[in-house]
Design a protein around this ligand. Structure first.
Ligand SMILES: [Zn+2]
Length: 261
């Protein structure tokens, strides 16, 4: 079971250079976020703590999708300074490579962390989770591809880190019962993004809701997001913002992905 009202925050890039999109948080704002958490008495945890039932008072879970190099250069030193942990979800076929899976036109390319960076953060007490192999929407895939996205990505990450990989993040937060069925066979937890009110307090460990922290979020907005499970308006607004990622999902369908197979 998840602790009731556990805030689960999700970031992408931490960088002082703005992106076309809104998912890049400025390092100064990230420092402010962590200072607020500390000030409010939150203690950061990862899924391993949950599994071992070793929970501090007032837990918060911080996650990072896509395992960008900026996690290593920007977020990692800041988190260590605050003595906090995080879960980093890796799209395995892009380790050490640029984010060519993000096919939105005109986007600047960003590099993902390489193997030695992943090993270092894992050894420092951060949790590595899988974000599939190719960062495609799993809901469109045939059975063979689906299994390899879920199972092979876990095996590769276990080989790299020497750790048991127990958590999974659905690319684009997209899932259905068929996808969940395979994820359940290989992981203890799987995270999505916030969707509908009725899912927020659901107990399923395979559709755990998280809230994205965006570039423009003020201190006030950040504090509000800590209580996202009890805020219907916030859920609706973020659902609208997330629908922007559909452009990538649709463009991916038009591209030839044979090179991955
Ligand atoms: Zn992603």
């Amino acid at each position: 079971m998840l602790p009731q009202n556990l805030p689960i925050l999700n970031y992408h890039k931490i960088d002082n250079k703005p992106d076309v999109g809104i998912t890049t948080r400025h390092p100064d704002d990230f420092i402010k976020d962590l200072a607020i958490l500390k000030q409010q008495g939150f203690n950061s945890i990862n899924f391993k703590h949950l599994k071992e039932n070793k929970l501090p008072k007032k837990p918060v879970l911080i996650s990072f999708d896509d395992a960008y190099e900026s996690f290593y250069s920007e977020a990692f030193p800041i988190l260590k300074e605050f003595q906090m942990t995080a879960v980093v979800f890796v799209p395995v076929n892009f380790i050490g490579k640029f984010n060519t899976w993000d096919v939105q036109i005109g986007r600047k390319k960003y590099r993902h962390m390489n193997e030695s960076q992943l090993i270092e953060i894992s050894k420092s007490g951060f949790e590595i989770g899988s974000h599939s192999l190719t960062h495609r929407s799993l809901t469109f895939l045939d059975e063979k591809s689906l299994i390899s996205e879920i199972k092979t990505s876990k095996e590769v990450l276990q080989d790299i880190t020497g750790e048991n990989i127990i958590s999974f993040s659905y690319p684009f937060g997209l899932l259905n019962n068929r996808v969940i069925k395979y994820v359940q066979e290989h992981y203890a937890y799987a995270v999505q993004l916030i969707k509908f009110k009725q899912q927020l307090n659901g107990t399923s460990l395979y559709s755990i809701p998280r809230i994205n922290i965006y570039r423009m979020d003020s201190e006030k907005a950040f504090i509000k997001k800590l209580d996202f499970r009890n805020n219907t308006g916030l859920v609706f607004k973020n659902k609208l913002i997330q629908s922007g990622s559909w452009a990538t999902v649709l463009l991916q369908q038009f591209k030839n992905f044979n090179r991955y197979n």
